[in-house]
Design a protein around this ligand. Structure first.
Ligand SMILES: [Fe+2]
Length: 262
């Protein structure tokens, strides 16, 4: 499996405090069958994103892990004004392995309407936003329909492995499964932070996906799509997302009925 959202680097954010804790986390993922991990430190008000330090930490971990898992580098990119402006100036600074996919996280307090324009601008630059864990965002959990416009324009969606298995509660779990059934989701990732508090759980999620949706869906969400993101390639063909490309209601009623109100 490929895990593209992971706080594996020690001492850079609210993930592991030291190298031993990072290694313990990586070992847990290796035991679950993960072969590739994208290390994605936060870039937000609390944690400064430091590319040089991140690369240093990746090298240290790679040395200790000796090829048993392949590490990449990305960012858990908070959609703040400053971050967005910086990403416009530095196209690959925050993307997964400096290529075309960017994990984006919404604030919990409010989502600006201009965010649709931001996503279009990213897409025009060749950066594909991946909306992370909408099931854990109170605004999107209340109104998942807000994602329709973003998905229609080309954004992708990642849900958390532990949300699927119920660790983040019933509401998040139900929403995850709804989104998967509607084919709105392209990636499952762990967003792991620590062995005790936020373990990876990719193995459990993978087994659950096989039992509920079949092996092809599990492989698409945990292997094929995240592999493409890791490598910066286009995703393989995806099933049609339900309800995304439906015509707007007024148009569906027909031109005459919309004039005459029938
Ligand atoms: Fe994260």
């Amino acid at each position: 499996m490929f895990d593209i959202h992971y706080h594996l680097l020690f001492g850079v954010d609210d993930g592991p405090r030291d190298i031993e804790a990072s290694l313990a986390l990586a070992e847990a993922s290796i035991a679950e069958g993960v072969t590739h991990i994208v290390c994605t430190p936060h870039a937000n008000d609390h944690h400064e994103f430091q590319p040089d330090l991140n690369r240093e930490r990746v090298a240290l971990l790679e040395e200790r892990l000796r090829g048993r898992v392949t590490l990449g580098l990305g960012c858990d990119f908070h959609l703040s004004f400053d971050n967005i402006e910086d990403a416009f100036q530095n196209r690959t600074k925050y993307t997964i392995n400096g290529k075309r996919y960017l994990l984006v996280e919404f604030p919990e307090m409010g989502i600006a309407h201009q965010i649709s324009d931001t996503f279009c601008r990213f897409l025009a630059m060749g950066i594909v936003p991946i909306i992370t864990h909408p099931e854990r965002n109170p605004i999107l959990a209340r109104d998942p329909g807000r994602m329709i416009e973003w998905i229609r324009s080309g954004c992708l969606v990642q849900v958390t492995a532990a949300s699927l298995t119920g660790r983040f509660g019933k509401i998040a779990q139900t929403m995850c499964h709804d989104l998967i059934r509607k084919n709105w989701v392209q990636f499952i990732a762990s967003d792991a932070h620590s062995i005790d508090g936020r373990p990876p759980c990719m193995g459990q999620a993978y087994d659950l996906l096989i039992s509920r949706y079949g092996r092809p869906t599990a492989e698409r969400l945990c292997i094929d799509n995240p592999r493409a993101a890791f490598l910066g390639e286009y995703l393989p063909p995806q099933p049609e997302p339900a309800g995304i490309f439906d015509a707007p209601k007024a148009y569906k009623r027909g031109f005459l009925s919309s004039i005459f109100g029938r």
